[in-house]
Every structure is written in C-alpha cells, then in structure tokens.
Ligand binder design. Structure first.
Ligand code: PLP
Length: 387
C-alpha cells in the first residue's frame, strides 16, 4: 500500500496480515534465533538482536508515519538517542543542541557523551540566530526538541535545518511531544526524527521504547550498524505493545489536545496561577510559529503557581484524578514537578536560568472526561489558596 492516509498508516503500515496464517495482527515473534536451511542460507532472519519481524513491523510503521523509508526501534528513547550519536559521531565532533531539553537527554549529553570526547554547545531553543552562532567547523549534528519539555518552547525546524545543512551537519528533531500526528519534521528539513515511544506513541503507560525515522539511506545504515553492534533493542512484546498503541494515535491525540486546550484556558483564568505555557494560547511567544509548523498544539501544559514549592506540593497532593508521576502521553492524566522529578538532573542554577522554577508544574492531559479533569484542577487550586 503506497501513499495511504495517516490514520490508515497507523493501522496498516508495516502490518500486513501474516503470510502463513492470515493473522490480522502482527504476531509476537518471541524468538531469539531462526532456523537456517543450510550454512549461509537463512530466510532473512538470523538473530533477534539484528532483526525480529515484530520489531521490523514497528520500524516500518514509524518510518511511514514520519514520511521516510527507514525506521529503527530501541529499548528506550535514550537508547535511540545513544544510537544516533554513537553511530554518527566521533571524538572531537561538535553538537549544537537546543537549551530546553528533556532532563535525561541533557544528562546523556553532559555525563556520557562529553566523556566520549564530544563537544556540545547549547543554543536558545527559540532562536535560530543562536543556533547559527553556535555552529563551528566541526559541528556534525544539530539537536532540537520541539515543543520542548517542560516549557513548551518552539524551535523553527525549517530555519534550523537550513543552518545545520549550511554547516554540513545533520538535524535531529525529538518529536516526542508533538508526535507525527501534529508534526512531521522531515517535511520541514530534518534528517532524523527521534521518539520516546514510551510517551504518546505507546500511549498507555505500559511500555518503554524509542524510535528513529531516518531520511537518508547512508545515515540509516550507520545508525543501524550501531543498533546491532551495541544491541539496545526492544523485545518483541514491547514492539507489539507499541504497535498496538500506535493504532489509536489519531483519536487519542485529538482527545489529548481538546483536554489540554480547556485546561490551559482554565489555568490562565485562575488567580493562584502566575503563568501558563501552552503553544495553543494566543499569548504564547511562539503561537504563530507553532501554528505554522504543526497541525495542532498537543496535550502538554505547564504552569507556574504563585507561592513556589510549598504551593506546588500542596496542589499536587490535593489532585485526585491527575496522578503525580514522571512520564507523559498516556491515556491517564499525569502531573509532574520538573524541578525535583524529570529535570532534577539539571543543576539548580541552569534549571532556574531556563525557567524551570520552584512553582512550575507540568501536566500531561489524558483523555478522561474534560469536566472531571477541570473539576480536579479547580478543587486543588482553590485549596492552596485557602492555605
Ligand atoms: C521521555 C523522553 C525522552 C527519553 O525517553 P525514554 O523512553 O524515557 O528513554 C526523550 N525525549 C523526550 C522529549 C522525552 O519526553
């Protein structure tokens, strides 16, 4: 099937009925190895670190969703990031990265890649000019996360792609927050799309995983070599759970976004809240850019409470439907306190400089009843005011 619609690709890309049995759902090939018909005569599968049919279905599916030929699946989002850097860069190479990143990505860059001899410069996520200034002769990779976690900053993908390519560097975009339903970075010039499929793609808070979609065959081959050589692959059950989650991505993303909009507006009107970060709001500094490069604004909302950490702790304790937990993108609504949870790996000084303050709360709007979610937030907000 060529050029199928996005909703069709979610359900069918890479997932033809099983040739032998007709099984409509891709089987879980729970095997580590494959019988060979003679020495050197395998049937296309040798060993499940190298390749597994369930994983291949997932890899083909993410490639189709991002509009490229090549996909790769990993044991986690960070394993996927490690394969990009490990597969493509060497000691002495330079990376330019946006300065508002998932805390685990920042930790990987700072505590692991620097030890390997990589040079890294951070640029203001919202400023293509800052990316341009950070470029050096040895810059091989530009890394952008957009929208960013947790502050929902927007990076201009087309502008940064041009800057990267002018410097003969590749652009990787972490598309975890938007998903291909709302944003397809390759169409805007990116070379590699990165996902933590733990989040919206899996969508049910039951599996850890990472995915890459890669435009160029030679780049793909280098990263695939690393995938097999280092071996951070997902098992077939994890691949299967992720495929199953992806089937409903379109209906879920619509519902996540509808709830996020209502939540962002309700928070903006509440006196206990001093600031709301949601790219769908007209007063978001990159509202127009988000509208131009995305098909929607997503399901994540961050906000700042007046009264710092004590107010945040009280608020989080009073929530009943929102669950206090790390992660995001599942059907259930979650609340998180970035300064002590997802972004604790960033030194306090750097955190504050980026706007990750003591009053900041991040919400992942689930797909429960909008009314129940709003009531839950209002009740918790009203109680902190009462002291
Ligand atoms: C969670 C997350 C990651 C890391 O993915 P894991 O699956 O937890 O390894 C990377 N980027 C973003 C934006 C994330 O939210």
């Amino acid at each position: 099937m060529k050029r199928m619609g996005f909703e069709t690709a979610l359900i069918h890309a890479g997932q033809e009925a099983d040739r032998r049995t007709g099984s409509v759902t891709v089987p879980v090939y729970q095997t580590s190895t494959y019988k060979q018909d003679g020495v050197g005569r395998d049937r296309g599968w040798e060993y499940s670190r190298t390749g597994n049919p369930t994983r291949k279905a997932l890899e083909d599916c993410v490639a189709a969703l991002e509009g490229v030929r090549h996909g790769l699946a990993f044991a986690s989002g960070l394993a996927a990031e490690t394969a990009v850097v490990g597969g493509l860069l060497k000691k002495g190479d330079h990376v330019v990265a946006g300065d508002d990143l998932y805390g685990g990505t920042y930790r990987l860059f700072e505590k692991v890649f620097r030890k390997w001899g990589l040079e890294i410069t951070y640029a203001d996520s919202g400023s293509p000019a800052a990316f341009r200034r950070a470029m050096r002769r040895n810059t091989r990779l530009v890394w952008a996360e957009t929208p960013t976690n947790p502050l929902l900053n927007i990076t201009d993908i087309a502008a940064v792609a041009e800057i990267a390519h002018k410097g003969r560097a590749l652009l990787a975009v972490d598309n975890t927050f938007a998903t291909p339903y709302f944003q397809r970075p390759v169409g805007l010039g990116a070379d590699i799309v990165v996902h933590s499929s733990t989040k919206y793609l899996g969508g049910h808070s039951d599996v850890i995983g990472g995915l890459l979609a890669i435009k160029d065959k030679a780049v793909f081959e280098e990263v695939k070599f690393h995938q097999n050589a280092a071996g951070a692959v997902p098992g077939p059950w994890d691949a299967w759970l992720t495929l199953r989650g992806i089937k409903t991505l379109a209906v879920r993303m619509k519902a996540h976004e509808a709830n996020a909009f209502e939540i962002a507006e309700a928070l903006s009107r509440h006196p206990a809240v001093s600031k709301v970060y949601y790219p769908g709001l007209k007063d978001h500094p990159a509202h127009a850019l988000a509208g131009a490069q995305m098909d929607g604004y997503g399901g994540m909302v961050s906000f700042e409470l007046k009264g710092g950490r004590p107010a945040a702790e009280k608020f989080l304790k009073k929530l009943k439907i929102f669950t206090l937990a790390e992660s995001l993108g599942g059907v259930e609504s979650l609340a998180c306190y970035p300064a002590a949870m997802t972004h604790a790996a960033i030194p306090e000084k750097d955190r504050l400089a980026r706007g990750i303050t003591a009053g900041l709360v991040r919400l992942s709007a689930g797909i429960e009843s909008t009314e129940d979610l709003l009531k839950d937030l209002h009740r918790a907000l009203n109680q902190i005011q009462r002291g």
